[in-house]
Design a protein around this ligand. Structure first.
Ligand code: PMP
Length: 361
């Protein structure tokens, strides 16, 4: 078996144990004579898979009573619309904090449905290299919620802690750092995340919503984006993304069996330190992000001589280190080191970087 170390930002590497379990179950799930892809979402078998996944996610995140956990389609980008459609309420106002490309997209989409204003932005000359500190947020008293992006996937910027917004519901696009460390769900009004980084394959979006924020959507909200209707239907208002839900369930089991979110946090901190130490310890590589705002999940790095980028990428592929090309808006490289990336993968990357520097520095 020739698996590479896959540093893709998403869809991203999955735990081998999860893939093997899916492979073993593929033709015949637990003796029922069919695969999960082929079974009715209303049957006892799939309902048991969905219920277990939902319960395991609640356990992992310690989701308090009074919050619903939804498994929806449409990606995190779907929730760029879902959030304002469900939450903007009578004021029709929402505040957005922008620390990178995904936050920019979120506020643009929300603007279709009401008055979505930028409450703070950390952009300098159009580039993001830091968070926007809470003290700089210009929040409106009558905004229905405040939205931020705890981890910006493209720029590699992460909030080290949860900003305090008092009684105004805090909404977060946790997509690229979901399940990477314990979080206090009670600090949030809504948490949403696409699965395809830390939680499973593409095609599944998790939404964790405080119950009192549901049930007052804008008129005309599509039923599949209506949190209350989906919660009442156990996320099965229409046919769910069954196989992706099942794969997320296997991934949740894997996390539970590997120390839960504390275990993930420890692994992730160690991997990130290994990589940032290597970057900081060399003049050949650099990372532009302010040290206190560096992402543990997505690590962009530049080569001092960017004419070497092509050769770096080609040689990395040869060495079994895949998908390291940075996003075109940032340039250079980006290593996404989500939960399923083992320490060995990061060690192999760092060894490769040192050897490449020796040959080309
Ligand atoms: N938000 C963030 C932080 C992301 O990283 C992504 C995807 N890379 C999205 C939103 C969009 O997610 P999706 O493609 O699932 O709609």
């Amino acid at each position: 078996m020739a698996r590479v170390y896959n540093f893709s930002a998403g869809p991203a590497t999955l735990p081998v144990e999860v893939l093997k379990k899916a492979q073993a179950d593929l033709l015949d799930w637990q003796g029922c004579g069919m695969s999960v892809m082929e079974m009715s979402h209303r049957g006892d078998e799939f309902v048991s898979i969905a219920e277990k996944a939902t319960q395991d996610l609640r356990t992992l995140l310690n989701v308090p009573d009074g919050y619903s956990v939804l498994f929806l389609q449409g990606g995190a980008a779907g929730q760029f619309a879902g959030v304002p459609l469900n939450l903007m309420g009578e004021s029709q106002k929402a505040d957005y904090v922008i620390t990178g490309s995904w936050g920019k997209k979120a506020v643009k989409e929300a603007g279709k449905f009401g008055d979505a204003q930028v409450a703070a932005s950390s952009a300098v000359d159009g580039k993001f290299t830091d968070i926007a500190p809470r003290a700089d947020w210009q929040l409106r008293d009558d905004a229905a919620y405040v939205h931020y992006t705890p981890n910006e996937t493209i720029e590699g910027i992460e909030y080290p802690d949860v900003p305090d917004t008092g009684s105004v519901p805090l909404v977060a696009d946790w997509s690229s750092a979901f399940l990477s460390k314990p979080i206090d769900v009670s600090r949030y009004g809504v948490i949403y995340a696409g699965a395809q980084k830390n939680a499973g394959p593409a095609g599944m979006t998790m939404v964790i919503v405080r119950d009192d924020l549901m049930g007052k959507p804008q008129s005309g909200v599509p039923m599949v984006l209506d949190y209350k209707q989906q919660a009442d239907a156990d996320s099965m208002l229409n046919t769910p993304s069954c196989f992706a839900w099942y794969m997320c369930g296997l991934t949740f089991e894997w996390i539970l069996n590997n120390g839960g979110l504390e275990g993930m946090a420890e692994r992730n901190a160690k991997k990130a330190k290994t990589l940032y130490d290597a970057i900081d310890g060399s003049d050949f590589y650099s990372n532009p992000v302010a040290p206190g705002a560096r992402s543990r999940m997505n690590v962009p790095f530049l080569l001092a001589d960017d004419s070497l980028n092509k050769s770096f990428l080609a040689k990395a592929e040869e060495a079994g280190l895949s998908t390291l090309k940075g996003h075109r808006s940032v340039g250079g490289m980006r290593a996404s080191i989500y939960n399923a990336m083992p320490q060995e993968g990061v060690d192999a990357l760092v060894d490769f970087m040192r050897a490449f520097e020796k040959d080309n520095g």
